[in-house]
Design a protein around this ligand. Structure first.
Ligand SMILES: [Zn+2]
Length: 434
């Protein structure tokens, strides 16, 4: 009996000592995260069970107020920068250090879900709660950020990186307000948007936890995705000129059918993208045939082309191959095919190798499985990459569904992600990036 007690006391001491040194006593409150995700989902909830909380809408403003209330209750100093980003700051021990920034966004697409962006923000707050509860003060100041209008063009993060173009101010957002009106409505100042810009080295690192929005982690049953980078996205308008003519009187061998040529080109886009090794993707997502009548041979087609990859060179290779195929189709079909690059390119944004390593090690230490993976979707982190080292943590999306009310991430996966985020922050705090 006494021996048992001695053994137990000894084990307890070992456990305590271990937790002291490894910070393993820090426990994420999964229930609190789940409750807060549910509470946030009330703002802009749609009948399908998701949210339509588009940026600058009343629901967005209510959601932002909710987050600010949570931030203040967690004793963060809250401010809104001129781009409308919400920033909650917790001072560190060393005021000379640049803050560690982490967060995401809470605006959604129309008919969106309850996890895209929201998980990153609620998890960031959870890290603060846990540090508060354990009376732990980091060396670096910590800043939780909620970026404004992510889904409508990365307005907040682009502004912070100094990449927001004034020309986008008059674009009408899904809320009905222009970006300019929207920024004002959420407490920013569009006339002074430049002041939201942060300089290089003013941020130690930016970390973003996000749902994967694809099905790799879920199907492979892996806990954590360590993001290698956010893919670059290039868009083109492709115009195919044929000859519009009578669909009854023009023999099959005398036609210049623009839509038929377009169909062949769509097949070629898919074949090119799948014929070379790698994870590049190429898509034709929109097509319009003119004049668009059942009894007229289509004389003109305008369609989109999108190519994504982590490497700009790979995007170029895919594009060059597609153009070669287009030339063959032009000759066979007697049409003319032209590609016009659109001014909406996003350059590939690799994550910082050192931060990636920190995230991988944190996951391993926590006994979680992880894998490297690209992000096929755009994120606020991609612009912040221009001014600070970035890292991204993915958690599984059930069935790979996103931008849909059916989007779902399990509470335990959210909590795992938050744990990795917290431990990554603490590692960044204790070992400055070389
Ligand atoms: Zn998102």
């Amino acid at each position: 009996m006494i021996r048992n007690m001695i053994v137990r006391t000894f084990l307890l001491c070992v456990l305590l000592a271990a937790s002291w040194t490894s910070a393993a006593d820090l426990q994420i409150n999964a229930k609190r995260m789940e409750d807060r995700i549910a509470a946030l989902s009330q703002f802009g909830k749609n009948p399908e069970g998701g949210v339509s909380r588009v940026a600058f809408s009343d629901a967005d403003i209510q959601g932002r107020n909710y987050i600010q209330t949570l931030m203040k209750a967690a004793k963060l100093q809250v401010r809104i920068d001129t781009a409308g980003n919400i920033i909650g700051r917790r001072e560190g021990k060393d005021p000379s250090l640049a803050p560690i920034l982490f967060g995401s966004h809470i605006d959604s697409v129309p008919s969106g879900g309850n996890y895209d962006g929201d998980v990153g923000v609620i998890a960031a707050l959870e890290c603060i709660e846990v540090l508060n509860e354990s009376n732990q003060i980091t060396q670096h100041p910590l800043e939780v950020v909620v970026f404004s209008d992510e889904e409508g063009g990365l307005v907040g993060s682009r502004s912070m990186a100094g990449e927001f173009h004034e020309s986008a101010m008059e674009i009408r957002s899904h809320s009905g307000k222009t970006i300019r009106e929207g920024i004002r409505a959420i407490g920013g100042d569009p006339d002074r948007i430049n002041e939201a810009q942060r300089s290089k080295r003013s941020i130690t690192a930016y970390l973003e936890l996000h749902i994967e929005q694809g099905g790799i982690l879920d199907s492979e049953k892996i806990n954590i995705g360590v993001v290698e980078g956010i893919v670059g996205i290039n868009w083109w308008d492709v115009t195919i000129e044929g000859f519009a003519n009578h669909a009854g009187t023009t023999p099959m061998n005398q036609r210049k059918d623009a839509l038929l040529a377009a169909a062949k080109l769509i097949m070629a886009v898919n074949q090119v993208a799948t014929s070379i090794p790698g994870r590049q993707v190429a898509t034709v997502g929109r097509i319009k045939a003119e004049p668009g009548a059942p009894n007229v041979i289509p004389g003109k087609v305008i369609m989109s082309l999108e190519i994504r990859d982590l490497s700009a060179e790979k995007i170029q290779t895919v594009y060059d191959k597609i153009q070669n195929e287009a030339k063959k189709i032009e000759q066979e079909s007697g049409t003319k095919i032209q590609f016009a690059a659109l001014d909406t390119t996003a350059v590939p944004a690799p994550t910082d190798e050192r931060v990636r390593k920190i995230i991988s090690e944190a996951a391993k230490e926590l006994g979680l499985t992880s894998r490297l993976m690209p992000s096929g979707a755009g994120h606020d982190a991609q612009d912040i990459a221009g001014i600070a080292p970035i890292g991204m943590i993915f958690v599984p999306s059930v069935g790979g569904i996103s931008h849909s009310p059916k989007e779902f991430t399990r509470t335990e996966d959210m909590a795992n992600g938050a744990m990795v985020l917290l431990h990554s922050i603490l590692r960044l705090d204790s070992q400055s990036l070389p």
